[in-house]
Design a protein around this ligand. Sequence first.
Ligand SMILES: Cc1cc2nc3c(=O)[nH]c(=O)nc-3n(C[C@H](O)[C@H](O)[C@H](O)COP(=O)(O)O)c2cc1C
Length: 185
Amino acid sequence: MSTSQTLKSVINARHSVRQYDGETVIKPAELQKMLKTAFLAPSALNLQPIRALVISSPVLRQKLTAATGNTSQLTTASAVVLFVNDRENLNEARPFAPANGTKPAPATTTAALDCGLVAMQFMLVAKDHGYDTNPMTGFDHAAFSEILNLDTDRYDPQLLVSIGVAAQPASPAKHKNIKALVDFR
Ligand SMILES: Cc1cc2nc3c(=O)[nH]c(=O)nc-3n(C[C@H](O)[C@H](O)[C@H](O)COP(=O)(O)O)c2cc1C
């Protein structure tokens, strides 16, 4: 028996939005709540290396537009969230502090997988809260790190996700036929 009707409707309703209303303010407490649920995502060996930097400041977002082609998301969303891999990954340490001097772990593809899982949960939780999102890899990692003052020995930017209220409803993307995607043995 399926109990996932609501989950399914949220998944069906999520579409990438690149133009937001430019006025909705999402309170930090609500963003924190959504991220708390998103961070329940699984991670390899349960290492939980992903951190999220919420960027609401319009001034900062305007500065960041110089380092991405995704300008409308940066300027019209309520916030953008930069998901990074914390290569130091100390327990309970304050996030986005300079490196602690310990040898950071090498960057891994596993971190990208961990990040994708957190970000996907975040986008679905956001939709459930009535917000739209857009995941983005199209940004200059080095320039973002510099503008945001991130220690590049420690933090690898992975994915940027805009969040806000769509200026107009997004159209669903075309999807391949399931027969072209799945096989059974
Ligand atoms: C890893 C990843 C990177 C993406 N990068 C960008 C990006 O830089 N700019 C953008 O406008 N959309 C970006 N997208 C959004 C995709 O274009 C979008 O998810 C796809 O067209 C399907 O549409 P949907 O999200 O509405 O289902 C990215 C999506 C993923 C998963």
